[in-house]
Design a protein. Structure first.
Length: 117
């Protein structure tokens, strides 16, 4: 494949990725985990070894100023945060792919520029 064809292919792929960015919704940092926890009632069976605990309870976790922050979520909040976290990961993957295409294009263009001097 000729350089011009490769460059055209990179540009087309880049434009498709750029268009896909407009479809990404809200984004959010962190992670949602679901935890099983014992309750604080001393006589509850959940405090007995081998007995199932209560839950699962959804928690959102992230780093703020190099410290872990955790928040208990409602089921609705957990669903929303999970979608937004998925969107952020998709955004980051798309930007990585765009950056890789840019590097490939730069190699072609910079090589052409060096040859013209």
């Amino acid at each position: 494949m000729k350089k011009a064809e490769r460059l055209a292919s990179y540009k087309q792929q880049y434009r498709e990725l750029a268009r896909s960015l407009s479809q990404i919704g809200f984004i959010w940092r962190g992670n949602v985990q679901r935890r099983m926890l014992p309750c604080k009632q001393q006589h509850c069976l959940c405090n007995t070894k081998g007995i199932p605990q209560h839950g699962p309870y959804p928690y959102w976790t992230t780093k703020v100023n190099q410290k872990t922050v955790t928040k208990l979520l409602t089921a609705e909040e957990a669903d929303l945060y999970e979608q937004w976290i998925h969107n952020r990961r998709l955004l980051e993957q798309t930007l990585k792919r765009m950056n890789n295409l840019s590097k490939k294009a730069a190699k072609l263009l910079i090589t052409d520029r060096k040859n013209t001097f």
